[in-house]
Design a protein around this ligand. Structure first.
Ligand code: 1GP
Length: 238
């Protein structure tokens, strides 16, 4: 039997292993781009693939998942930008709760709306606290989800601790795709000192050396989208 993503996460934390997840937005990646990502040159340099985007429809998601699955046996996890982004061909789905949204829809409402479809899909679900951090209030994700990003390190820490107490299995700290100011490493360090559940970090990470620095500080998963999408070669060589 293959190992579930939850088991992999537990193993990663217990063994201080590190994951680089490439975020593939089906609207931005075509076949030639996927060919390059899964080529001999690059495919050994990352571990997981997250798939999703803010305006991706079901058809686009399905086609993209098939295209990825044809090319790799690496774990493929849906990072939904919308509750419609459910497809049984992925290995798992991040069941997001936006803990710092002030709109109940984004904290729990969308989970209730999609609960039965998710159950029928048979997808493995990873209950994930999605925490928008930083000072940029104008990102697409902040606007769409009525979230005010948290900039106070103490509040970020409180939110991460609350996520663990609520039984979340992953905390995902991010500032929105393409963010100009990536997560403050000190904030990550303090979170890792306080909580045992895995922590994913994303947004605005533009080089392998930055990925390695977040790993060194304690991130279990580093998520990179924009930089790899724009210039894979430079990213992996940086
Ligand atoms: C966004 O964390 C991801 O949800 C990736 O961000 O596109 O800035 O790498 P970037």
């Amino acid at each position: 039997m293959s190992t579930s993503i939850k088991e992999k996460l537990l193993h990663i934390v217990a063994n201080q292993e590190k994951v680089l997840a490439v975020l593939v937005d089906p609207q931005k990646w075509d076949d030639s781009h996927l060919d390059l990502l899964f080529s001999v040159e690059f495919s050994s340099q990352f571990d997981w693939i997250f798939v999703g985007g803010s305006t991706v429809d079901k058809g686009e998601l399905g086609l993209c998942l098939s295209a990825i699955k044809r090319r790799t046996s690496k774990p493929v996890i849906i990072f939904p930008g919308d509750p419609d982004q459910i497809d049984p061909h992925a290995d798992a789905l991040l069941l997001l709760s936006m803990l710092n949204s002030r709109d109940p829809e984004f904290i729990v409402g969308k989970n209730i709306d999609s609960a039965q479809v998710l159950k029928a899909s048979g997808l493995e679900l990873i209950p994930t606290a999605y925490v928008l951090v930083g000072s940029d209030h104008n990102t697409a994700v902040a606007r769409v989800s009525s979230s005010i990003p948290i900039s106070d390190p103490k509040r970020i820490l409180q939110t991460a601790v609350a996520a663990e107490q609520m039984g979340k299995q992953l905390v995902y700290l991010e500032s929105g795709s393409g963010a100009n100011a990536p997560l403050d490493p000190d904030v990550l360090k303090r979170c890792k000192e306080e909580i045992q559940i895995p922590v994913a970090v994303g947004s605005g990470i533009r080089s392998m050396s930055a990925v390695k620095e977040y790993w060194r500080i304690g991130a279990d998963i580093v998520v990179v989208g924009t930089a790899i999408e724009h210039d894979m070669k430079s990213f992996f060589r940086s």
